[in-house]
Design a protein around this ligand. Structure first.
Ligand code: GDD
Ligand code: MN
Length: 424
C-alpha cells in the first residue's frame, strides 16, 4: 500500500494509521458497485468469491447497474438467492454514459460509508475488495486505487502486447495532462477502487460520466484529498468477452478533452489550437483547387469551407460535445460557418493585396492572411469581450479566482446516449 495527500501524515512509518472511531466501533459499511453489460456467465462466480472473501466486520451489499440485453438480470436474481449479503440491481433501459454512466448512477444511490467499484468479469480479484476498504480506513484516505502499476501489481490479464502498450501510453499521457489531480495514482485507468461516499456525494452534480474511465472522472472532478494504492494483478476474464471497442478509444479522447477544458480559459486555448489545425485542410484544398485551374480568389472561398468543416467537427465533437443537444447539427453547422466565414471579408482583400499588389505567391499569402486574421481575432476578443471593467480586479489573480469558481460549478451537460456496438 502507498499513501499520498494531506491526510497521509496521520499514518505511521508503514503507511498505517489508527482506525477511525472508537476501538469497539469496528463495523464498516460498503456498497460494491458492479456495472454489467451481458455478463450472465460471471455474476454467480463473482458473488461466490466476494462472499468467501468477506470478513465479519464488513457490512457489504452488492449493487449491479445493468444495461444488459442478455439474461444477466435473471442470472443475478438466481445468484442472489444463495448470497449471504443483500444484492440489488438497477436495470437501465437506456445505457446513458456507458460504463461510467452506470457507475455514477450506482454511486448516487449508494448509502454506505464506503463504495467499491469493480468489473463483473473477475479481472478484478474479489478477494482484494476488503483490503481496499481496510486500507482506506487505516490511511484515512478518501480514495484507494487497486493499481496494476504499483510495486507488486501487474497487467497479466491484459490480452496482447498492443493493449499493454496502449494502456501504458494513455496512462503516461493522462498523468502528464493532470499532474496534480493524479498525484499518487499510478493507475488512473483502473476500474477497481474504493472511494468514500462523502467524497463522491459532495461533487455528484458536476460529474459528466463518459465511456470507460470512471476513476479518472472521479479523481479529477471530486479531488479526493488523500489517496492510497494497493497493488493487484489484472486477471484473465472468467467468461464472456470484453465490451471495449475502438469507439471506446475515441470516447476516451473526448473524455480527456472534456476534463481538460472544464474552465473557460482552457476552453479558449483548445479552441485556438483547433483553429490553428484548420489551416492545414484550408491550404491543402487551396493548392488542389488552384492546381485545377480555378482562379485563386474563388478558390480561397471554397478552400475556407474545408477549414471551417474541419474546425466544426473537432469543436463540435470534442470541445462542445456536451452542449450538442441544444440545436440540430445543421443549425449548429450553419451558425458556425457564418461566424467562421466572417473574417473572409478581411482576409480576401488582404490576400488580393499580397498577391496582386506585392507579388507574393497564393499559398504563402493565404497562410500569412490566415495567421493575421487569427491573431487579430484573438486580440479583438481580448479587447472587446474580456477587457475588465474599470474598478474591477484585473490580471491573473482575478482571472484565476473566477476560473476556479467556474470550474467548481462545472456545467451540466445533457448526457450522451450510448449507442451500443453489438456484443462482439
Ligand atoms: N452497465 C454497464 N453499461 N456496464 C458495462 C458497459 C455499459 O455500457 N460496458 C461495459 N460494462 C461492464 C462490463 O460488463 C464489465 O463488468 C465492466 O464494465 C468492464 O467491461 P469490460 O468490457 O470487461 O472492460 P475491459 O476489461 O476492456 O476494461 C476494464 O479494464 C480496463 C483496464 O485495462 C475496465 O475496468 C476499464 O475501466 C479499465 O480501464
Ligand atoms: Mn474486462
Amino acid at each position: 500500500m502507498t499513501v499520498s495527500g494531506p491526510g497521509a501524515e496521520e499514518t505511521d512509518g508503514h503507511g498505517r494509521a489508527a482506525p477511525e472511531g472508537a476501538p469497539g466501533d469496528a463495523r464498516t459499511t460498503v456498497t460494491v458497485i458492479i456495472p454489467t453489460f451481458n455478463e450472465a456467465g460471471n455474476v454467480e462466480e463473482l458473488l461466490t468469491r466476494l462472499a468467501a472473501a468477506l470478513p465479519a466486520h464488513l457490512d457489504c451489499e452488492a449493487l449491479f447497474v445493468d444495461d444488459s440485453t442478455d439474461d444477466t438480470p435473471a442470472a443475478i436474481e438466481r445468484a442472489a438467492l444463495t448470497c449471504p449479503f443483500p444484492v440489488n440491481v438497477i436495470h437501465r433501459e437506456v445505457a446513458t454514459g456507458g460504463l461510467s454512466g452506470a457507475v455514477v448512477e450506482g454511486l448516487k444511490s449508494a448509502a454506505s460509508e464506503w463504495i467499491v467499484v469493480m468489473d463483473a468479469d473477475l479481472q478484478h480479484p474479489p478477494s482484494l475488495m476488503p483490503e481496499l476498504v481496510e486500507t482506506g480506513r487505516r490511511a484515512r484516505a478518501d480514495l484507494v486505487v487497486a493499481s496494476r502499476y504499483a510495486g507488486g501489481g501487474s497487467h497479466a490479464g491484459l490480452s496482447g502486447r498492443y493493449r499493454v502498450a496502449v494502456s501504458r501510453t494513455s496512462t503516461l499521457v493522462t498523468k502528464g495532462l493532470f499532474p496534480s489531480a493524479l498525484r499518487g495514482i499510478s493507475d488512473p485507468m483502473s476500474g477497481f477502487f474504493a472511494i468514500r461516499r462523502s467524497t463522491v456525494h459532495a461533487h455528484a452534480d458536476i460529474l459528466k460520466p463518459l465511456g470507460y474511465k470512471i476513476l479518472l472522472e472521479l479523481a479529477i472532478r471530486c479531488r479526493p484529498r488523500t489517496v492510497a494504492e494497493v497493488p493487484f494483478s489484472f486477471q484473465e476474464r472468467y467468461a464472456g468477452e470484453s465490451k471495449s471497442t475502438v469507439r471506446e478509444g475515441l470516447r476516451f479522447l473526448a473524455h480527456l478533452v472534456s476534463l481538460r477544458t472544464a474552465t473557460p480559459v482552457a476552453r479558449m486555448v483548445v479552441f485556438g489550437l483547433i483553429g490553428l489545425t484548420g489551416f492545414l485542410p484550408n491550404l491543402c484544398a487551396l493548392a488542389a483547387l488552384t492546381a485545377l485551374g480555378l482562379h485563386y480568389l474563388p478558390a480561397e472561398i471554397v478552400a475556407n469551407q474545408f477549414g471551417v468543416l474541419w474546425n466544426f467537427l473537432f469543436i463540435d465533437l470534442l470541445l462542445f460535445r456536451d452542449r450538442r443537444g441544444h440545436r440540430h447539427w445543421a443549425d449548429r453547422l450553419g451558425r458556425f460557418a457564418l461566424l467562421a466565414n466572417a473574417d473572409l471579408v478581411l482576409r480576401i482583400p488582404l490576400i488580393a493585396l499580397l498577391v496582386d499588389g506585392m507579388g507574393v505567391a497564393v499559398l504563402p499569402a493565404t497562410a500569412l492572411a490566415l495567421l493575421t486574421t487569427f491573431v487579430l481575432r484573438f486580440v479583438a476578443t481580448e479587447l472587446l469581450v474580456y477587457l475588465p471593467l474599470p474598478g474591477r480586479p484585473r490580471g491573473m489573480a482575478a482571472s484565476f479566482a473566477r476560473e476556479r469558481e467556474d470550474g467548481a460549478k462545472g456545467e451540466r451537460g445533457e448526457a450522451e446516449e450510448r449507442e451500443k456496438e453489438g456484443t462482439p
